[in-house]
Design a protein around this ligand. Structure first.
Ligand code: MD3
Ligand code: FE
Length: 206
């Protein structure tokens, strides 16, 4: 597999954004694999602990998936409908091996799908047991406006458009940064014929 260079990487408050790491063929191969994941473990609109449905649709691959319902949010070993999460596709694991910088294997590939109008509010990712392990994100399809702040809510933020094929690695100070997706440019990419944005985040959970 051909993984692009890291020479155009930009650092947003400790969050390493690597533009155009994945070429069109690799992107298409990953999308085909994620379609299989979604066929086995359907995308769903989870409810937050406050009882509001999220606009982003989610599923997962790997030993664990992240779920939220009125009881709270957590990692769990099966889809809310009961089936096990499918294995993380080899095409996705190859990106982790090339760019994560850790010897550990990812235990969760969270799949986020943004249809027209979907967004993800500012939050931290801190449900994982070992916060020294990186998180790696792969953007596919339509462009998304990604916002990154600092370690506290309410501080200054910076924004960057994430495009199809971009990879973001969160480690060190960036690992606990507040972040979110303000909006997508629906229909800006032809990778997904029906439009929308897919984001995969690979995480070590235990
Ligand atoms: C910065 N996803 O799934 S990916 C998420 O585009 C999530 O769907 C966004 O935030 C998306 O939790 C952003 C980039 C990302 C992922 C995890 C992070 C940035 C992060 C963890 C810590 C800091
Ligand atoms: Fe996050």
């Amino acid at each position: 597999m051909q993984i692009g260079s890291e020479k155009n990487a930009v650092d947003l408050n400790g969050v390493r954004v690597m533009p155009a790491v994945l070429g069109p063929e690799e992107q298409a191969a990953i999308v085909a694999d994620i379609r299989q994941v979604c066929a086995q473990a359907p995308l769903m609109r989870l409810e937050t602990a406050r009882g509001k449905k999220m606009s982003v649709r989610m599923t997962a691959a790997g030993q664990f998936g992240w779920v939220s319902d009125p009881r709270g949010y957590r990692y769990q070993g099966h889809h809310p409908a009961g089936m096990p999460w499918p294995p993380i596709p080899e095409t996705v694991l190859a990106v982790w091996r090339a760019l994560s910088g850790t010897e550990r294997q990812p235990e969760c590939c969270l799949v986020n799908f943004y249809g027209e109008g979907a967004r993800l509010g500012l939050h931290q990712d801190r449900d994982e047991a070992d916060l020294t392990q990186p998180v790696l994100s792969i953007s596919l399809g339509d462009e998304g406006l990604f916002r990154v702040g600092g370690l506290e809510r309410g501080g200054s933020t910076r924004s960057v458009w994430l495009r199809s094929g971009d990879v973001v690695v969160l480690e060190g100070a960036g690992r606990l940064a507040y972040h979110g997706v303000d909006r997508i440019r629906f229909g800006s990419s032809r990778l997904l014929p029906q439009g929308g944005r897919l984001n995969l985040t690979l995480r070590v959970v235990t």
